[in-house]
Structure formats: C-alpha cells, structure tokens
Design a protein around this ligand. Structure first.
Ligand code: MN
Length: 131
C-alpha cells in the first residue's frame, strides 16, 4: 500500500529520506542505482518512487522514462530529487514523467508534504517524530 522506493546514490540523503518517511508510517525500500531499482521492482510495485536525478549508471530522468514506458510500472508516481531546480530543469523533470520534484538539500517537512500529496501516510496517528 504505502510503500515508497527511494533511488538515491548518496548514503546521507538516502538515510535522511528513509528515516523521515518511515517515521511518517511509510514502508520504505532503497536502491542505490537503476539496476538495483529494477531488482526491487521485479518483486514489488511501490506507490511512489523518490528519484534522484544524478545517478551513476542510468540517470534518474532516463530511468523515469523507462518506467513510464512499461505498462507494469507506468502508474507509479515518481517524484524527482534534484540539487538543481533551475529554469528549464522543472520542464525536463516533468517531461520525463515525474509528477513533481523536491530540491536538495532535503527539507524533511517539504519532503513529507510533497509525498503525502500523492500517497497519504498509512497511519495518520504516527505522524512524524519531529513535528
Ligand atoms: Mn545522486
């Protein structure tokens, strides 16, 4: 139900995002690269993917395009994680099939709000440890 896959190659960002989403009651899966994301997606389909744009193998936008072409994965909501949300980047991100984006450094509250717009936290009573 409320499973979120985080695709991020930076361990600190990964940990931060995973911690804050788990505290909100989401079930979190992690992948450090596109190949790992494909492995996870073979077993299960998350409700949402938090997608780092800059990844070592296939970048996040290419990976998003690939997922959006596959009937099995095309309905998964993808939110981009990006350090550079400059003019033009927003368009590129949305064109690739992302539903929105979160800028880095990650603001945990903004992250939760953006994710909750698409996938409500599974248990509203366990709503974040730091609020
Ligand atoms: Mn990265």
């Amino acid at each position: 139900m409320g499973t979120i896959l985080i695709v991020e190659d930076n361990p600190m960002n990964m940990e931060l995002a995973a911690d804050v989403l788990e505290a909100s009651g989401y079930d979190v899966r992690c992948a450090g690269a596109a190949s790992e994301a494909f492995e996870v997606l073979k077993e299960m389909l998350p409700a949402l993917i938090l997608m780092d744009i800059q990844l070592p193998e296939l970048d996040g936008l290419e990976l998003t395009r690939t997922l959006k072409k596959d009937p099995r994965t095309k309905d998964i909501v993808v939110l981009a994680l990006t350090a550079h949300a400059m003019k033009g980047d927003r368009e590129r991100i949305l064109e690739a099939g992302c539903s929105g984006y979160i800028t880095k450094p990650i603001d945990t509250r903004a992250l939760c709000n953006e994710v909750a717009k698409h996938v409500p936290p599974p248990d509203p009573s366990s709503n974040g440890k730091e609020s």
